[in-house]
Design a protein around this ligand. Structure first.
Ligand code: ACO
Length: 432
């Protein structure tokens, strides 16, 4: 809180509203007592201008394309860390030392299996079930298979048994759902493999056909997961906080976050980008047609992978993922026509005043799908990959919310009612 206040005059009365300042110098008008003092609420559909909490996890400056986890620039983290190191940072606030990281690695191995009874669940989804619906269901069901994970013994903050187990098991659930979807036998986690290699091995190893884990692929996966690990109060993280604010435990809260991530305007965009690029390819690369459709105010079509609520410049994650895309494709000698189409589209959009004037640049989802394709990951698993990456962020926010005892109350927005205010009841025989 600062000593400054903002003045608001309503119905001839002037009210003083406190001003809160962030550690990075951003200022906000604190309206928590506005209703009580004035009788007015604020209206902010889509939460375009509403701070829902105070948080110390991720700093984002959308004007300048800056993204930092716990103060560390994501470019440094992506270049120098492995994913679980960053997960540790998000969860605890500090990078682990060697001993702490080794212990965390052991946790990832110790907790990698899922209860064998859970495996029967996979058999009863329809063959074309979405991996996101499977993921959400399975994460929610952890609540019953591992009830001790949801006890109040140590749920708030840092690395707990519950958080370590969830981080490890989500990877097994994701890989098993893929194997089941293609009718292949499950590949169990191995104790000798690190987090990302283990995941790739569970996805791609087959009986009698050894799978070679390319270090470049493991490194790329680590980078992608790190770049997705948190993004402050985005739609799915806000969902996790909102659901968790009702007092429900970690697993149902995360399961709800998976649902929120699924949508094409959020994490589902990475798969939608690939479908868009494939459509343009199949349509003889008629870029203009799709650009014009996206610009037409009467057409809901959008160029997926462009634009962001908070970035008004190039998404810093997209910049790194674009580099990773080139590195992977060139080093592994992989030709993917979708990369050429993506680059041409980016080039054309970058010269078009409609997109430039609205600050519509590639976002995190624009290039990530091309890297996943190079890894052999099918399009319907892309958003699951996003969920694996985002999990440490979701957990950290859930924990942070619970630790903030002073402000931790149930999330419950208001509304401006615009319906019929009152009318007499109409009996059935009089209804037309
Ligand atoms: N293609 C064409 N026009 C666009 C696009 C796009 N991708 N994105 C925004 N616009 C236009 C809108 O039509 C609007 O134009 P107008 O001012 O003439 O009405 C203007 O830009 C502002 O767009 P809003 O929808 O008001 O911006 P908002 O912040 O609500 O939406 C969003 C952000 C959802 C990301 C939007 O840019 C979008 O739909 N992008 C495509 C989907 C996508 O890539 N989503 C992934 C985002 S990253 C993530 O969540 C992981």
């Amino acid at each position: 809180m600062t000593n400054q206040t903002a003045q608001l005059t309503v119905d001839g009365h002037t009210y003083e509203l406190p001003i809160v300042e962030s550690t990075a110098g951003e200022k906000a008008i604190d309206i928590r007592n506005l209703l009580h003092e004035t009788g007015y609420i604020t209206l902010d559909s889509g939460y375009m201008n509403t701070g829902s909490c105070e948080s110390g996890i991720t700093y984002l400056d959308g004007q300048n394309g800056i993204l930092r986890y716990r103060g560390y620039d994501i470019a440094d983290l992506a270049e120098n860390c492995v994913f679980i190191e960053v997960a540790y940072l998000l969860l605890t606030g500090e990078l682990p030392n060697e001993k702490e990281l080794n212990k965390f690695r052991e946790d990832m191995i110790r907790y990698a299996l899922i209860h064998e009874d859970m495996i029967h669940f996979f058999d009863h989804f329809p063959p074309n079930a979405s991996p996101m619906s499977i993921l959400s269901t399975m994460v929610g069901s952890l609540h019953d298979f591992y009830p001790e994970m949801d006890l109040d013994e140590d749920p708030y903050g840092g690395i707990t048994t519950a958080t370590a187990r969830l981080l490890s098991k989500i990877r097994t659930i994701a890989a098993f759902s893929y194997k089941k979807s293609i009718g292949h036998p499950l590949v169990y986690p191995r104790a000798d493999l690190n987090y990302c290699s283990n995941f790739l091995n569970m996805m791609f190893e087959r009986p009698n056909i050894p799978y070679t884990i390319e270090p470049l692929m493991t490194a790329a996966l680590n980078k992608l997961l790190i770049l997705h690990a948190d993004h402050e109060q985005n739609c799915s993280t806000s969902t996790v906080r909102l659901v968790g604010s009702s007092g429900v435990k970690l697993y149902p809260s995360i399961s709800a976050g998976v649902g929120a991530l699924w949508g094409p305007l959020h994490g589902g965009a990475n798969a939608a980008v690939i479908r868009m690029l494939e459509t343009i390819y199949a349509d003889e690369m008629n870029f203009d047609k799709y650009i014009q459709m996206a610009k037409d105010p009467n057409n809901p079509y959008r160029l997926t992978g462009f634009g962001h609520r908070v970035y008004k410049t190039y998404d810093p994650r997209a910049k790194i993922i674009k580099e990773v895309t080139h590195e992977i494709l060139e080093t592994m000698n992989i030709e993917d026509p979708l990369l050429d189409i993506a680059q041409e589209l980016e080039y054309r959009v970058g010269k078009d005043d409609y997109f430039v004037s609205r600050n519509l640049y590639p976002n995190v989802d624009f290039y990530s799908g091309i890297v996943y394709r190079a890894m052999g990951i099918p399009t319907n698993m892309f958003t699951v990959m996003f969920a694996l990456g985002r999990l440490p962020g979701w957990i950290s926010h859930w924990q942070e919310m619970h630790m903030d005892k002073e402000n931790n109350r149930i999330g419950r927005p208001r509304q401006i009612y615009q319906g019929v205010v009152k009318r007499p009841f109409v009996p059935m025989e009089e209804r037309r």
